[in-house]
Write a protein that binds this ligand. Sequence first.
Ligand SMILES: Cc1cc2nc3c(=O)[nH]c(=O)nc-3n(C[C@H](O)[C@H](O)[C@H](O)COP(=O)(O)O)c2cc1C
Length: 220
Amino acid sequence: MTADELIPPSPSEEAYSADEDQGEVFTDDDPVALFSDWLALAKTTEPNDPNAMALATVDADGLPDVRMVLLKDVDAAGLTFYTNTESAKGEQLAANSKAAICFHWKTIRRQVRFRGAVAPVSDEAADAYFKTRARSARIGAWASAQSRPMAGKLALAKEVAIKAAQFGLGEVPRPPHWSGYRIVPTQIEFWVNRPFRLHDRLQFKRKNAQSEWTTEKLYP
Ligand SMILES: Cc1cc2nc3c(=O)[nH]c(=O)nc-3n(C[C@H](O)[C@H](O)[C@H](O)COP(=O)(O)O)c2cc1C
């Protein structure tokens, strides 16, 4: 298939006219409450992983990197995800503790972006979340040297078997190389699709985690 066949064409005048206008969607002055409202809606419409977000970090050469991770907590303190701290993203965050994240919910045609500094979560918080994971997923966290080269599927299966035998029927504690990070946003932008690409954008900004948010509408 050619790119022309693969990529959908720009919508026609008629298609745009049939686009749903979602009305007023910026229903809260507090960005965390607004994000929570949007996520709650996405949870009812997305086929899977409404909490999936693209996480962008920067490597030692200043080259951006991006991958999906799952949001595991959100409150006024920030947005938390969990991973292998020795992975590419872990190494990048150790060298440059800043990140951007982006949610896009296709079913409701909305996007939310966050930028800010990243800090590790406490050991207690990481332990508490790790405990909620399925036992096999906990063993997997021990077995996977995430982002490092792997000889083949068999190598992973072998590591899983070794760790499973090691822990036997006992408790599977959190590995030292597995924890969470919290992005403390200083910029949050809400975007909603509108007909004819005249989308609505609302940006929240603050100087630091202690200061008040200011808002601005942005051209689409
Ligand atoms: C929907 C989705 C959710 C994911 N969630 C996580 C996650 O929460 N934590 C994680 O370490 N990797 C997650 N991954 C895998 C990452 O995208 C990535 O492959 C992995 O973390 C290695 O990334 P890195 O080499 O940049 O560190 C997810 C992938 C997808 C597609």
